[in-house]
Design a protein around this ligand. Sequence first.
Ligand code: TA6
Length: 306
Amino acid sequence: MKQDLAVLNEHYAVNGQISFRELGDGFIVADIQNSYCTASIALQGAHLLSWIPANEQPVIWLSTDACFSEGKAIRGGIPVCWPWFGTPESEPSFPAHGLARITRWELTGTAQLDDGRSRISFRLTTTADTSMWQHPAICELCITLGNTLEMALTTSNLGTESFVIGQALHSYFVVGDIRRATVHGLDGRPYLDKLEGFKRHIQNGPLSFDVETDRVYLQTADECRIEDRALRRTIHIDKTGSASTVVWNPWREHAAKMGNLGEDGYLTMLCVESANAADDVVHIAPGCSHTLFVCYRITHDITHVS
Ligand code: TA6
């Protein structure tokens, strides 16, 4: 059954917690509100657009210049990069970060949990005939929304041959001022610096930001923290099933070239992406599956606000 607005609101709305609306020309969004948070998720890409815990500033950044039209990547939120990260060397014409984020997913479930949190799940099915990715597979995203945000991205191989995926939850986080934010949890980890032709380095201490930064950290399963001295909060990024962490801020010049980050948008966003990219891509055998899981939460424990 085609999942149009009427079908979605009839079969998947949850009274007072989950409803659906159109952002124009068939671009459908789920709105979630419960005692812990409000959120919005586009059916294209199962793309989370916002998450605002109660009594908290927005946690997920969305460009004021983001556009919502079928088949076009959305600037901000949490793009699901799948089944490749970046652009495949062998297929430079393929869309950056995969086909999942520019494809409409099927809604598979909505629920209000006993603890009052909301849960919503989506599925993307590929076959031997899928353009750019001829593998029978199912990619599922289960999102649980409360005063924490949990996302489980599961890939199942339905075919008879192994395949390799690159993937990321390409999360754009809100910071009060990128110049007063630091990322902790990557000290000592190897990383590929995209701005130096993916030259390999080792991270020394926390990351601070005063220039364009675009790095793929490898072999790291560790929790990351964004310490935001401007908003006097810490965003905690826990993960499992992810060996890479990507850190990106375009800074002024690149942001201006990209043209859709809004006026000085780069100053209030920071991507810390839980991924499997570069050396860390995932091999999935027939009949097997893999899950990348993240949990985001906020604490207010920053004392030094220099
Ligand atoms: O995740 C970092 C990155 O790969 C950067 O190199 C930059 O291209 C960013 O993603 C934005 O990608 P997008 O395809 O969303 O414009």
